[in-house]
Design a protein around this ligand. Sequence first.
Ligand code: NAI
Length: 327
Amino acid sequence: STTPVKVAVTGAAGQICYSLLFRIASGALLGDTPVELRLLEITPALPRLEGVVMELEDCAFANLAGVQIGDDPEKVFDGANLVMLVGAMPRKEGMDRSDLLSANGKIFTGQGKALNKVAASDVKVLVTGNPANTNALIAMDNAKDIPRERFSALTRLDHNRAKSQLASKLGVGVGSVTNMTIWGNHSNTQYPDLYNAKVDGKNAFAQINDQDWYENEYIPTVAKRGGAVIAARGASSAASAANATVEAMHDWALGTPAGDWVSMSVVSDGSYGVPEGLISSFPVTCANGSYSIVQGLEINDFGKQKIAASVAELQTEQNAVRELGLI
Ligand code: NAI
C-alpha cells in the first residue's frame, strides 16, 4: 500500500532515538512501505529534536513520507498506527522507587489517555522506557477503549542478549539459537529459559548441561548486561535497545518465523500461572498483526521458582502504582 504508516515515537531527542529513528526511516521496520514519523518530546528538547529532523532530511530516505514533531501527545499521536514509547524519566540522585514510579506515572497516564482519544483504530503500542512493564501497564489501564492486547513492553533486548551469550558459550553463530524465552520483568529478576531454547534444533540446556554455569554465570550475565554496558560505555544501551525496539515492532506487525518464537512482555491471560492483567514477558508467536502466547511449554521447578520471583516483583510495582492512583 502507498498510504504511509504513521509511526509515533516519544523521547525522540534522546540517545535510543538517535539510532531508532534512522532505522525506522531506512526501512528496517516496514521495508518499502512509506512511513510518516510523529515525534514527541518535552518542550525544552524540541530545538535539539529539530537538529535530529535535519539529519533525517539529510539522509534522503526514499520511504520517509514526512516528519512531524511536537510536545502535545494528542497532536503527535493523532492517527498513529505504531507507537513506540521510548521517552521516560530517568532515576536521578535522591529519587526513590516511588518518586520514579510517580514521575513516570504522570507521563504514561497522560500518554495512555491521549492514545485512547486519537490513535488509529489498529494502534499497537510498544513501551521501551523504564520501568517498561509497569509503564506499559499504566498506559494500557489509562486507554480503556484500546484492546489490552495492543500494549506490550520491550524484553526483546534481553532476548537478544540471551541468544548471543548462549551462542558464544557454545561457539556457534547466533542464527543457530531459536526458541529463546525471557520470562517475567525487564529487570534483574528476569528468567532467560534455556530448558525450552534450542541450538541447531536441539535442546539448549542439554548441550550445556551445567546447572552451576546456568544459574551463576549465564542468568546474571544476561540480566545485568545493561549495567555492564553502562560501566563500559559510560552511557546506557542505546543502539542495541533501538535495534530490539525495531525488531519487536517488526515481528509484531509482520509476524515471527515458522518454528520460532520471540519474547514480548504482554498482558497475562493467566498463562503459566502469571496473574491475569500483569504485563509480563512470555514466549509469543505473531501473525496477521497479533500475538499469541505459546502454550504447553514444560517449566521445571527451577523455572517455576524464577518466574514466580520475577512476577512477585511485577506485582509489587503494580501495587505501588495502584496506591499512587495511576491505575
Ligand atoms: P535519554 O534520556 O537519552 O532520552 C530520553 C528522552 O525522553 C529525552 O530526550 C527526554 O527529553 C524524553 N522525554 C522525557 N519525558 C518525556 C515525555 N513526557 N514525552 C516525550 N519525551 C519525553 O534516554 P535513552 O537512553 O534514549 O532511554 C530511554 C528509555 O529507555 C529509558 O527509560 C531507558 O531506561 C529505557 N531503556 C529500556 C531498555 C529496554 O530494554 N526496555 C533498554 C535501554 C533503555
